[in-house]
Design a protein around this ligand. Structure first.
Ligand SMILES: Cc1cc2nc3c(=O)[nH]c(=O)nc-3n(C[C@H](O)[C@H](O)[C@H](O)COP(=O)(O)OP(=O)(O)OC[C@H]3O[C@@H](n4cnc5c(N)ncnc54)[C@H](O)[C@@H]3O)c2cc1C
Length: 535
């Protein structure tokens, strides 16, 4: 017989959404238990590894930078970019809730908690035709998302209520009595024993569905191309099993599981945490994005920062499951970045002078690290040498050096008559990006790829990397899980990525980017508010 542990709030999952729910419940004096599948050193879920970019609307920082934002404008952008269906009630309501409350419940709240943001707001996901962020909204947590986790976990540990955390325990089923959820069954994965938990309120915070490649492939929309191979930029513990359990046994509804927020330019983690682990580059705007033969993909060039979802679709439609980013050292130093806390050391360690030095003089350490650690980051002084290395990596003769040379020459011809007489769409997009100061600091002035002294040449072998599930369990604005009849299942909540960041898919098909960490905070606070007030 498994022994039983009792609390007032039971949270399945110790990611950001679970932590914030716990913090808010503890501050109301509740007895809280968190059950988390991972080891204690990885407590915090994906937020422990995330970068810390947040789409926030009408904040004090935006106002200081004279960015004229408002919830109305953000909602318009959100709905057009995400292509939300106006009849899809809960995603629509959560989208509206987000834009109206991200300033007070995320930005102001985190500052009151003692966290800081970097002093500028970036402009991401502008939309290919301007249908994305019409103003800059991307705020970056100083210290990355890992600082967020550390800080909020610390606050949670010292909050007034009583907290118990069970690491390496996996929730496998929920208990229900007289129609109300009243606990859960977990397996202690360190010894295989069953542990039973009793609670008046159970909060599902176990992350997304598509961290499992099997689920990801099964959910992939049939009408969209899927590459034969992909990397996994999430975590295999986000396997959707509890989602399915809730659907099969409680009538909960998984909605929009086919919507995902993946990245088009990933490469294998040189020190993988699990098989198939991928890192996502923030592709360089100035790099030429090539197919497996070394030809520039087009006619519309692939350029990051405008429409990530579209980039993924273009990459998925290629003949082979990889593409190349062709650039030179000058571009890498200014523009190359890897998403996540691990590869942004100066932000992680809050070393502002060193961060500024990288921005102004180039991130030489990252260039050297990639060159030394990743076999997918190829460097050579000549196009010939580079083509040889590209073919050696893919064990093919796909790249003909003459084709690669012609690709570079065709781009460089744009500069044959000086700086003002070119009409390449990528150069036009770069010029637009450079109009905004913080992006100008991160984007090279357009120049020939073969500009003397800009080398050596660099080719990065990139693959589609899966990341976030945009769909999840359908919830209402109190984060209560809705059953088949559309009514809340008594005692059951769902927060964060598990709930599709609110409503089972509040982002629709596309995110304005950085809507995930704030979505975890907003949905967690909504659940805690409902539990604490009993409403
Ligand atoms: C490298 C990287 C960079 C990112 N950068 C950003 C960014 O800049 N901005 C942004 O908004 N988002 C970013 N994200 C996404 C963001 O981090 C996640 O969407 C968010 O942290 C999800 O939080 P969560 O609490 O909902 O779920 P998770 O973080 O997935 O946490 C779920 C937890 O539940 C546990 N668990 C799973 N199943 C069970 C079970 N059955 N029983 C018990 N425990 C279970 C897991 O071990 C995990 O600890 C990034 C993600 C990654 C990987």
């Amino acid at each position: 017989m498994p022994h039983t542990i009792r609390s007032e709030v039971l949270i399945a999952g110790g990611g950001l959404a679970g932590i914030v729910t716990a913090l808010e419940a503890l501050r109301a004096g509740k007895r809280v238990t968190i059950i988390d599948r991972d080891t204690p050193d990885r407590f915090g879920g994906l937020a422990f590894w995330a970068f810390g970019g947040m789409a926030l609307v009408d904040t004090a920082l935006q106002r200081r930078m004279n960015i004229p934002d408002s919830p109305e404008l953000a909602l318009q952008d959100w709905l057009s970019f995400g292509e939300l269906d106006p009849k899809d009630e809960w995603p629509m309501r959560w989208a509206q809730y987000y834009v109206e409350h991200s300033a007070s419940e995320v930005y102001d709240w985190l500052i009151a908690e003692g966290l800081k943001f970097m002093p500028s707001v970036n402009w991401v996901e502008r939309g290919r035709l301007g249908e994305g962020n019409s103003v800059p909204r991307y705020h970056i947590v100083w210290g990355t998302s890992r600082e967020l986790v550390r800080h909020l976990s610390g606050a949670m540990e010292s909050a007034s209520g009583q907290l118990n955390i069970y690491h390496q325990h996996r929730v496998v089923a929920l208990d229900q009595q007289a129609g109300k959820i009243c606990g859960a069954l977990a397996i202690d994965e360190s010894n295989g024993q069953e542990v039973r938990f009793e609670s008046d309120n159970v909060v599902l915070a176990m992350g997304g569905i598509n961290g499992s490649h099997q689920e990801c492939k099964a959910n992939w929309p049939a009408q969209r191309g899927m590459p034969d191979t992909m990397l996994n930029g999430a975590h295999p513990f986000s396997d959707g099993k509890l989602h399915h359990w809730a659907e099969d046994h409680l009538g909960a509804r998984i909605t929009h599981a086919g919507e995902m927020w993946n990245y088009a330019a990933g490469f294998p983690h040189p020190f993988p945490h699990f098989p198939g682990h991928g890192l996502s580059t923030i592709p360089c705007k100035s790099a030429l994005w090539l197919n497996h033969r070394g030809e520039r993909i087009g006619p519309e060039p692939l350029v990051t920062g405008f429409d990530t979802h579209w980039l993924c679709q273009q990459v998925a439609a290629q003949e082979k499951p990889w593409t190349w980013q062709l650039m030179n050292r000058r571009i890498v130093l200014k523009e190359f970045a890897v998403s996540g806390a691990e590869h942004n050391a100066h932000i992680l360690n809050k070393q502002f002078p060193l961060f500024l030095k990288d921005v102004l003089l180039g991130n030489k350490a990252l260039f050297n690290q990639m060159k030394n650690e990743s076999r997918h980051f190829l460097v050579d002084d000549t196009m010939e040498g580079l083509a040889e290395k590209m073919n050696a990596l893919t064990c093919s003769h796909d790249v003909d050096v003459n084709v690669l040379q012609a690709t570079a020459d065709a781009f460089d011809a744009n500069f044959a008559n000086g700086d003002k007489l070119n009409n390449d769409p990528q150069i036009r997009m770069i010029r637009h990006a450079r109009q905004w100061g913080p992006d100008k600091l991160r984007t090279c002035k357009p120049a020939p790829l073969q500009k003397p002294s800009a080398g050596p040449f660099v080719a990065i072998h990139t693959q589609l990397t899966t990341r976030k599930s945009l769909g999840g369990l359908q919830t209402d604005l109190q984060s209560r899980v809705l059953g088949a009849d559309g009514q809340a299942i008594p005692g059951l909540y769902c927060v964060g990525e598990a709930a599709g960041f609110g409503g089972g898919g509040s982002n629709g098909k596309r995110s304005l980017e950085g809507t995930f960490l704030p979505g975890c905070i907003l949905t967690a606070k909504a659940a805690a508010r409902s539990i604490n007030t009993g409403s």
